[in-house]
Design a protein around this ligand. Structure first.
Ligand code: SAH
Length: 406
C-alpha cells in the first residue's frame, strides 16, 4: 500500500470501475496523506480498494489512475508499460517510419507522458507533476527498453500550468540535438526541429492523412489536363503538399502565419527534390493569416482542385466552442467557394472539445451556405501510433473529412 488515500463519493465510483483514468475534485469525498505528484490509493465510500493513481491537488483532475491492480508502480512497471506501448507501434504503418509516437499518455495507460521518436532522438513531454517528478527515472526505463541514448525534453505545453508547472525544455541525454533531425515517412523526407518546432517538432498524427492525400493526387493527376492546384492552408513544414509529391504536376500554395514554419517547409521541399527557386517550379510559400488569404483568393477569383484545411486547435475547452464553430465554419465556407467542380476538400479539427459529430455539422452548415454538394469520401482521424483508449473518449481530438465537392 502507498501512503496517500483518496475516498470517492458514494455513487461516483462507476467510471473508475469502468477504467476511466480521471477523477475530478467533485467526485472526491476526502484525501488523506496525499502529496502532490505522488501515488495514492483510491477507495470507494465503503473503503473498498478501486485503483492506484497519482495525486495533484492543484489540478481539476486530482487523480490520474495508473493501475486497477494492486501492483507497485516501480521501475519494472515503467519498463513493462513502455515496452508494451512501443511494441504496439510495430504493428502499424508508423513501424516503417523513423518518426513515430511511442507513448500517447492516457491512451497508452501512462497518464501525462508523451514520448515521440525522430530517428535516433527521443522527445519527452511531461504533462503532469507526477511525470515531471520522475522523468529521469522514466528516461532510464526507456533507455533500458530501447537503448535510447539521445533524449530531449519538450515539456512546454500550456496544460502544464494547470498542474502548477512551468515549461521545462532541454537535453536529458546525449547533449544538444542537431538543428534538424531527418525522418523518413513513406519515401518522403522531412527535417524536424525538435527544439523549436511545434509540438515535439512534427505533426506525426497526420501521417495517414498525408498518405491519403498522396493517393488521391496519384489518381487525379492521371486524368488532369493541366497542373493540379493545391491550396495547403496551415501548412507548417509542408507535410501535406510534400507528401502529395509530383512536383511537376502540381502547383501548391503553402500558407502559414509563421515565417519559421515556411522556412522549414521550403527546406523540406528542397530535401525532396523540388527546388522552389528553379524555373518552372510551382510551389509558393505565403506568410499570411489563412482567413485573410481565403478572402484574398475569393477577391482574385482563384480556384483550386484540392484544398487542405488543417488549422490549429481553436477550442481549448468547452468555453471556446462557440467561437471555434464560427472559425471552422468561415474557413470551410470559403474553401467550398474556391473549389473547382469535382474538387476535393480535406478538412480537420484538432480541438478535442469539438466532437466528430459537431465538426461534420459545422462543415455541413458551411456547405449549405456555399450552395455546393459534397460527398464524404473518408472519415479521417489521427494515425495509428496515436491510439485512443476506448475507456477514454477524451483521447480523441483529431477529426477530419475528405470530401468530393460539386
Ligand atoms: N498541416 C500541418 C500542421 C498544421 S498545424 C502538417 O501537416 O504538418 C497549424 C499551423 O497553423 C501552424 O503551423 C501554425 O503556425 C499555423 N497557424 C496558426 N494560426 C494561423 C492563421 N491564423 N493563419 C495561418 N496559419 C496559422
Amino acid at each position: 500500500m502507498t501512503d496517500g488515500l483518496v475516498q470517492i463519493r458514494r455513487g461516483r465510483e462507476k467510471p473508475i470501475r469502468n477504467r476511466h483514468p480521471w477523477i475530478y475534485s467533485g467526485a472526491i469525498a476526502h484525501a488523506e496523506n496525499a502529496i502532490d505528484g505522488e501515488l495514492v490509493d483510491v477507495v470507494d465510500h465503503r473503503n473498498r480498494w478501486l485503483a492506484r493513481g497519482c495525486w495533484n491537488s492543484k489540478s481539476q483532475i486530482q487523480v490520474r489512475i495508473l493501475t486497477w491492480q494492486d501492483e507497485p508502480i516501480d521501475d519494472a512497471w515503467w519498463r513493462r508499460m513502455l515496452l508494451r506501448a512501443i511494441k504496439l507501434r510495430d504493428n502499424t504503418a508508423a513501424g516503417e517510419c523513423s518518426g513515430r509516437r511511442l507513448v500517447n499518455a492516457e491512451n497508452d495507460f501512462m497518464p501525462g507522458l508523451i514520448v515521440d521518436r525522430y530517428a535516433d532522438w527521443h522527445v519527452l513531454v511531461a504533462q503532469t507533476l507526477f511525470i515531471d517528478k520522475r522523468k529521469e527515472r522514466i528516461v532510464e526505463a526507456l533507455a533500458a527498453v530501447t537503448g535510447a541514448d539521445k533524449v530531449y525534453e519538450r515539456s512546454d505545453i500550456a496544460a502544464r500550468a494547470k498542474e502548477g508547472l512551468r515549461p521545462a525544455v532541454g537535453p536529458m541525454r546525449g547533449g544538444a540535438p542537431p538543428a534538424l533531425i531527418e525522418i523518413e515517412e513513406g519515401g518522403v523526407r522531412f527535417g524536424v526541429d525538435i527544439q523549436g518546432g511545434h509540438k515535439t517538432g512534427f505533426y506525426l498524427d497526420q501521417r495517414e492523412n498525408r498518405r491519403a492525400l498522396a493517393e488521391l493526387v496519384n489518381h487525379m493527376r492521371e486524368r488532369a489536363q493541366d497542373k493540379l492546384r493545391l491550396l495547403n492552408l496551415f501548412s507548417y513544414s509542408g507535410g501535406f503538399a510534400i507528401s502529395a509529391g509530383h512536383f511537376d504536376a502540381i502547383h501548391s500554395i503553402n500558407v502559414d502565419s509563421s515565417y519559421a514554419a515556411l522556412e522549414l517547409a521550403e527546406a523540406n521541399f528542397k530535401r525532396n527534390g523540388c527546388d522552389p527557386d528553379r524555373r518552372g517550379a510551382s510551389v509558393e510559400f505565403i506568410q499570411a493569416d489563412a482567413f485573410d488569404y481565403l478572402r484574398h483568393c475569393l477577391d482574385e477569383g482563384l480556384n483550386f482542385d484540392i484544398i487542405v484545411l488543417d488549422p490549429p486547435k481553436f477550442a481549448a475547452g468547452k468555453a471556446d466552442v462557440q467561437r471555434a464553430v464560427r472559425g471552422y465554419k468561415n474557413l470551410n465556407l470559403n474553401a467550398f467557394k474556391l473549389l473547382e467542380n469535382g474538387g476535393y476538400l480535406m478538412t480537420f479539427s484538432c480541438s478535442g472539445a469539438i466532437s466528430r459529430d459537431l465538426f461534420q455539422k459545422i462543415v455541413f452548415g458551411a456547405l449549405v451556405d456555399a450552395g455546393c454538394e459534397a460527398q464524404v469520401i473518408a472519415q479521417l482521424g489521427a494515425a495509428a501510433d496515436h491510439p485512443v483508449a476506448l475507456t477514454f473518449p477524451e483521447g480523441e481530438y483529431l477529426t477530419g473529412l475528405l470530401l468530393r465537392v460539386d
